[in-house]
Design a protein around this ligand. Structure first.
Ligand SMILES: Nc1ncnc2c1ncn2[C@@H]1O[C@H](COP(=O)(O)OP(=O)(O)OP(=O)(O)O)[C@@H](O)[C@H]1O
Ligand SMILES: [Mg+2]
Length: 606
């Protein structure tokens, strides 16, 4: 038998390797941005078309490449960043594997223009399928421009695997933000389909955070800063009241590299423990610097996972640094979170948050300060009461109480028909409804959520919900990532009564809202809705619309703890039992429980 093993041709080997490095347009964006940073640029511009599927281009004013280097750059394992194995343990650059450009050239059509400051002319190179198809001199300013066109043009299976433009665009925004956040001393811009989405002037880290995550953080950042011989940590955490229902605004950078670490995230969450409601996430942007020899970055080709030589020390350090910062920010810092070397002793580290320090934290005035803040939140929900009442007031005036699609469902018989003339509200949260065979115990918020969900569902495909034009249209400025999201939702939101117009620069004008949303409250309503939407975003099984309906229903539903008048209860119960699926919310929580009289009799031995 002949020998059968052969070396793969370069272009196939590159394509296989590319599978790990370039998974989607966002991966190419990350690699190109990092190369520009490594080239010492202080101005980096990103252009994409069609969510990166048609074009990804990065232009920098960095040091450029010589003609020979420009060709070499696309070879696999070709790098200027490390020379020997020792270098691997003192990496200061973002790249070092010498793989990114080779991978990019294997899965897209690449055009490179580059010039070093010392050269008269630059060089232009075109590559397709890992092969140089054109090379000529070109007159360009110093720096490098790399354009990648038609990503995966030669790997249709991968191209088909890409998500919608909106989804891919969001990944790109994420990667862009991660690089832009860690280099506030570099100017970045990001243009998508000819529209500038980000324009980030050079500035301080705080300015960059606010530029990227939105103005509402401006007065709500607590600085974190601790230095030791072993490591430094600096950056910002959001004040507890800025904690959100979604994990969105959380960033860890180790030696300026964005990393994902559930372990370190846990350290932050522990430091915040009891200051924020359960299932909410504090904002943080934290930079950890330590000796590169204490790290292994080479765990994964995307370099977003790293291993620490001693992760327990890092954990303890992060946790106490944040506690310290939060304590300092509090007006009466009674808890002593002074960063003491003894905190780093292994004992404290192995039991990061004991019952004992939990109770000491909750007894502290620091803790009380935060719960008071939370209480002010409570007052906010009272304003929702008003809006909810208005809602029913208006409905009655128009005489158009919500009727769902189809007939009142067959489930209601004379036996279990709710009797709505004698309703009783308990704890401002439950409504007792008598029937011939017993009674229902209705949870008002879940019930209202179901009603709204069906109501919106009808409106989104059919007759739109009436918009009430605002007398004084409010503007709303969003973080860029949220603006991308809102743009995507605009047509559906329009149908649901929200009349919004993009105004450029991530700003929207609120021209009108559904009649049932309080005037003056529009902005909060929309912000909360976006939060809720992102909360559902990880659920791939839901369509965009489904997520929108669920978010709006959840956000606009009357909250438990709200006193209802008899008439409001009556309408709520009637509407609920007119629903197509009255017994659960869209998310599957029960809306009521039924208690049957004969079963109750049995319980009492009758
Ligand atoms: N924008 C740029 N400006 C100047 N030189 C660049 C630029 N992009 C790439 N290079 C050069 O091309 C080389 C190869 O880049 P490539 O991204 O493939 O590898 P790397 O950055 O060294 O490592 P990694 O694969 O980890 O990113 C770099 O080492 C660098 O010398
Ligand atoms: Mg690189």
């Amino acid at each position: 038998m002949p020998d059968i093993i052969q070396l793969l041709p370069d272009n196939i080997a590159n394509q296989i390797a590319a599978g790990e490095v370039i998974q989607r347009p966002a991966s190419a964006v990350k690699e190109l941005l990092e190369n520009a940073v490594d080239a010492g640029a202080d101005e980096i511009k990103l252009f994409i078309n069609d969510a990166g599927k048609a074009l990804i281009q990065v232009i920098d004013n960095g040091k450029g490449m010589s003609e020979t280097d420009a060709r070499m750059a696309f070879e696999r394992h070709a790098t200027s960043k490390i020379k020997n194995i020792e270098d691997l343990f003192r990496i200061k650059t973002m790249g070092f594997r010498g793989e990114a450009l080779a991978s990019i050239a294997a899965v897209g059509q690449v055009e490179l223009k580059t010039k070093r400051a010392e050269d008269e002319t630059g060089v232009y190179i075109e590559i397709e399928n890992s092969v140089v198809v054109k090379q000529e001199p070109v007159a360009v300013p110093g720096g490098t421009s790399i354009a990648m066109k038609n990503l995966f043009f030669n790997v249709p299976a991968r191209r088909n695997f890409l998500k919608s433009n909106a989804a891919e665009l969001r990944h790109i925004v994420d990667e862009f933000i991660r690089v832009a956040m860690s280099f506030p001393e570099i100017f970045f811009s990001f243009t998508s389909n000819g529209q500038e989405v980000f324009h980030l002037e050079k500035g301080t880290m705080k300015q960059r955070i606010v530029q990227v995550l939105g103005n509402n953080y401006a007065a709500k950042l607590v600085p974190v800063q601790e230095h030791t011989d072993y490591m430094n940590i600096y950056g910002f955490v959001g004040k507890p009241e800025t904690a959100k229902k979604t994990r969105g605004d959380q960033y860890f950078f180790v030696n300026n590299r964005f990393i994902k670490s559930a372990y370190l995230n846990h350290a932050v969450m522990n430091a915040f423990n009891e200051m924020i409601p359960k299932d909410s996430f504090p904002m943080y942007t934290l930079f950890i610097d330590l000796d590169p020899s204490q790290l292994d970055i080479n765990v994964h080709p995307t370099k977003q996972e790293i291993k620490f030589e001693d992760e327990k020390i890092v954990y303890a350090f992060v946790q106490s640094a944040i506690k310290h910062a939060l304590a300092q920010f509090s007006i009466t810092p009674t808890l002593d979170f002074e960063l003491d070397p003894s905190i780093q002793s292994l004992d404290a580290v192995s039991k990061p948050f004991t019952e004992e320090n939990k109770s000491s934290a909750s007894a502290s005035s620091l803790y009380n300060t935060f719960t008071k803040k939370n209480q002010s939140h409570f007052i906010e929900s009272k304003s929702e009461l008003k809006h909810w009442k208005d809602f029913y007031e208006k409905e009655e005036i128009q005489g158009s109480s919500f009727k769902p699609q189809g007939e009142a469902h067959a489930f209601i018989t004379t036996n279990n028909k709710p009797q709505t003339d004698n309703l009783l509200q308990l704890h401002n949260s439950f409504i007792v409804v008598q029937t011939n065979r017993g009674y229902y115990l209705v949870q008002q918020q879940n019930a209202h959520e179901r009603i709204l969900y069906e109501r919106f569902g009808v409106a989104i495909d059919g007759k739109p919900i009436a918009t009430q034009q605002s007398l004084f249209p409010a503007t709303m400025e969003l973080a860029a990532a949220d603006a991308v999201l809102l743009n995507e939702l605009l047509p559906d939101l329009n149908h649901l009564g929200y009349s919004l117009e993009p105004f450029g620069n991530n700003t929207f004008v609120i021209q009108g809202t559904p009649a049932d949303v309080d005037q003056g409250n529009e902005r909060t309503a929309i912000e909360k809705m976006l939060e809720q939407y992102k909360h559902f975003s990880n659920d791939l099984k839901f369509s965009k619309r489904e997520k929108l309906l669920r978010s709006l229903a959840l956000q606009q539903s009357v909250k438990a703890g709200t006193a209802l008048t008899e008439r409001e209860m009556k309408i709520l119960i009637e509407d609920l039992f007119n629903c197509a699926v009255p017994n659960t919310t869209a998310n599957g929580k029960p809306t009521y429980l039924e208690f049957k009289k004969d079963e109750l009799d049995k319980l009492f031995g009758r």
